[in-house]
Design a protein around this ligand. Structure first.
Ligand SMILES: CC(C)(COP(=O)(O)OP(=O)(O)OC[C@H]1O[C@@H](n2cnc3c(N)ncnc32)[C@H](O)[C@@H]1OP(=O)(O)O)[C@@H](O)C(=O)NCCC(=O)NCCS
Length: 179
């Protein structure tokens, strides 16, 4: 399935017209605060090529998120394989929105649709979510979705530089625990 629909959003494959607003997000220090360095236009475009290739390979990945009412690209959400260097495996759910799209419930709405796809269509037994200890907005999305965290699962991201991006929290949801 290449598209998911919610009340206000469509999660769809990426289009050429998404590249510019995506690059603007990746150049915004507010969006990148908990993610790392700002991305150049080239790095931003390359990330979309990677998303498309992963999607083709696996049948899921990071969808572009569009607000139905305005037709505007507002960010991404979806599912990804946890990076190999992480101290756990599995599939993670995630979200990233343009600053102007925060505060509307879009990440929670897109996250809920992604979890439903992961559990119901892919039949995953568990989905995790990862963010830095300081990214309270993202953790609030995880909590709203009903995901739970155990401080014993906190970990150091081996790929992150020394500093505030290194300490990470892990949230989990199992298929059986969904409300
Ligand atoms: C993480 C991120 C996606 C969270 O965005 P967000 O807007 O805070 O989260 P939601 O989309 O779920 O919106 C929730 C907010 O919308 C409000 N809201 C307004 N209208 C709403 C509606 N109709 N339905 C639900 N919530 C609504 C909620 O009250 C809540 O407000 P609050 O933040 O004042 O409590 C966003 O901060 C972001 O993109 N950050 C940068 C990238 C990033 O860090 N990504 C995560 C990496 S792990």
């Amino acid at each position: 399935m290449s598209e998911l629909r919610t009340d206000r959003l469509v999660l769809r494959r990426w289009r050429e017209s998404d590249l510019e607003p995506w690059a603007a997000m990746n150049a915004d220090p507010a969006v990148r605060e908990h993610l790392g360095d700002l991305l150049t236009r080239e790095q931003s475009d390359a990330s979309v090529e990677r998303f498309q290739a992963e999607f083709d390979e696996r049948g899921y990945g990071w969808w572009a998120v569009e607000a139905i009412a305005s037709g505007e690209f507002v960010g991404f959400a979806g599912l990804d394989l946890v990076d190999e260097e992480m101290p756990f495996g599995g599939v993670e759910v995630g979200w990233r929105l343009a600053r102007s799209a925060w505060g509307h419930g879009y990440a929670t709405e897109a996250g809920r649709a992604s979890l439903a796809f992961g559990f119901e269509t892919l039949g995953l037994p568990e989905i995790v979510a990862v963010t830095t200890a300081g990214n309270l907005r993202s953790q609030a999305v995880m909590c709203r979705l009903g995901m739970t965290c155990d401080p014993a699962d906190d970990f150091e991201d081996p790929g992150a530089p020394e500093g505030p991006l290194r300490r990470n929290v892990l949230y989990r949801m199992s298929r059986g625990s969904r409300a």
